[in-house]
Design a protein. Structure first.
Length: 172
């Protein structure tokens, strides 16, 4: 088996494993495990990460979709968008979103528009806008270095498709 073929097989198998991996559910409340009809589920879009829920830090793997079980009631979450920039990943500053969770419901934290700002030493600026998180942002645009990334975020009720939080904005 030649080396190029071996690398392709490894990349393909790795992609299949991650694509088929189930969502990881984190327990975001104290006490014993509760049945699904007694909790609410918060899902994160692929490039959305969570920094805190109700003031408590959350372990985060930015590109792994996750589900977090929470008790019904009012919650405040800090979320960010992780955007690949060249060989690195840039996280936007956390945005704080509030919502009232209902038992048995599923909510999705979604990222909308993403903006990248490039600025030269002479003050020249270029802004690039995507309607959804891009798979890659260039570290420079027309010779101007990247100085910031911003994203709109919202919590959506999965059953109705309705946004239930005010749109938050995060930037870095």
């Amino acid at each position: 088996m030649n080396r190029r073929y071996s690398i392709c097989v490894v990349v393909l198998l790795t992609s299949v494993v991650f694509a088929c991996a189930p969502l990881t559910t984190l327990k975001g409340y104290p006490g014993p495990e509760l049945p699904a009809d007694k909790v609410s589920i918060v899902e994160l879009d692929s490039q959305v990460g969570m920094a805190r829920i109700d003031g408590n830090e959350v372990a985060n793997v930015p590109f792994l979709r996750k589900k977090i079980a929470v008790l019904p009631g009012k919650h405040e979450i800090e979320v960010f968008v992780a955007v690949p920039v060249g060989a690195e990943t840039v996280k936007t500053a956390p945005a704080t979103l509030s919502f009232n969770a209902m038992a048995g419901r599923v909510y999705r934290v979604a990222s909308g528009k993403v903006v990248a700002l490039y600025r030269g030493k002479d003050g020249t600026e270029t802004i690039v806008l995507w309607n959804k998180p891009p798979s890659m942002v260039s570290p420079s645009n027309k010779g101007l270095p990247l100085v910031g990334v911003a994203a709109d975020l919202a919590i959506i009720d999965v059953e109705s498709g309705t946004p239930i939080s005010e749109s938050g904005s995060s930037r870095k």
